[in-house]
Design a protein around this ligand. Structure first.
Ligand code: ATP
Length: 237
């Protein structure tokens, strides 16, 4: 089966030295892969490299098609959505306006159906559709960021630390919804998370980055059960 996402020997930099070195990574179609690592390991940079935001060499393929060197907009049109850290919603626009912007690459005829689907997952967004995004709670803003990504009817979503700054009960709710989206819609996900326990519960597979190198990969269970890795990187005893 074609992988949803495949990175081969990907190197990326911000202009000075490389931040990612020869990274190989795969997201199986319809599954969640967690990308773990300490602060500064290069997780956010990996997501930026995939969506065409920074200078990248090597081979990045989305459902078998090469996307290295393509513009971020072209990559979005090919079915990739990015939920960046800091969420990236437009604070001065309403919930509905943010969702409309998310749909700009999608087919017009899909709009109603996708909107109903997003409101199904996030009834709170429906209740607050006319509220300015900047006045939403942290949890609601994360839901809006995810809702906006879904409006593009993506096949693969890149998620950058969705749990950050949220209360545990909201995180639990959000991860339940991510699981439903992956299972019900067959959307593939690459999940960058500080909360590795949580990420390894949701994900099928995982990779561990250390200063820009992938130092371990395997099933989420294998990584969670590897005591050495757990102690060194995952904050387990
Ligand atoms: P965190 O968990 O702290 O967000 P991360 O694993 O996502 O860390 P990155 O944000 O990808 O790590 O950063 C990797 C390295 O790239 C760091 O050394 C960082 O200083 C550097 N870096 C990140 N963004 C830029 C930038 N815009 N310009 C130059 N260097 C950057």
């Amino acid at each position: 089966m074609t992988a949803a996402l495949e990175l081969k020997q990907v190197t990326a930099s911000y202009g000075h030295g490389s931040v990612l070195h020869d990274v190989d990574l795969e997201v199986v179609s319809g599954k969640v892969t967690a990308l773990l690592g300490a602060n500064g390991a290069g997780k956010t940079t990996a997501l930026r490299a995939i969506c065409g935001m920074i200078r990248t060499s090597g081979d990045v393929r989305l459902f078998g098609e090469k996307i290295t060197g393509k513009s971020p907009e072209a990559i979005v049109r090919m079915g990739l959505a990015h939920v960046p850290d800091g969420r990236g919603t437009f604070a001065g626009l309403t919930v509905m306006e943010n969702l409309r912007l998310g749909a700009f690459t999608a087919k017009r005829s899909d709009f109603r159906r996708t909107l109903d689907q997003v409101f199904g997952y996030f009834p709170r967004l429906k209740e607050r559709m006319n509220q300015q995004a900047g006045t939403l709670s942290g949890g609601e803003q994360q839901m809006l960021a995810l809702g906006r990504a879904l409006m593009a009817t993506p096949r693969l979503i890149l998620l950058d630390e969705p749990s950050i700054g949220l209360a545990p009960v909201i995180v639990k709710q959000l991860f339940g919804i991510l699981e439903d989206i992956a299972r019900n819609e067959g959307v593939s996900m690459l999940l960058v998370e500080q909360n590795s326990n949580l990420a390894l519960k949701l994900a099928e597979n995982a990779a561990l980055l250390e200063v820009g190198h992938v130092v371990a990969r395997g099933s989420a269970r294998e990584l969670a059960e590897n005591k050495e890795i757990a102690r060194a990187y995952l904050g387990h005893d």
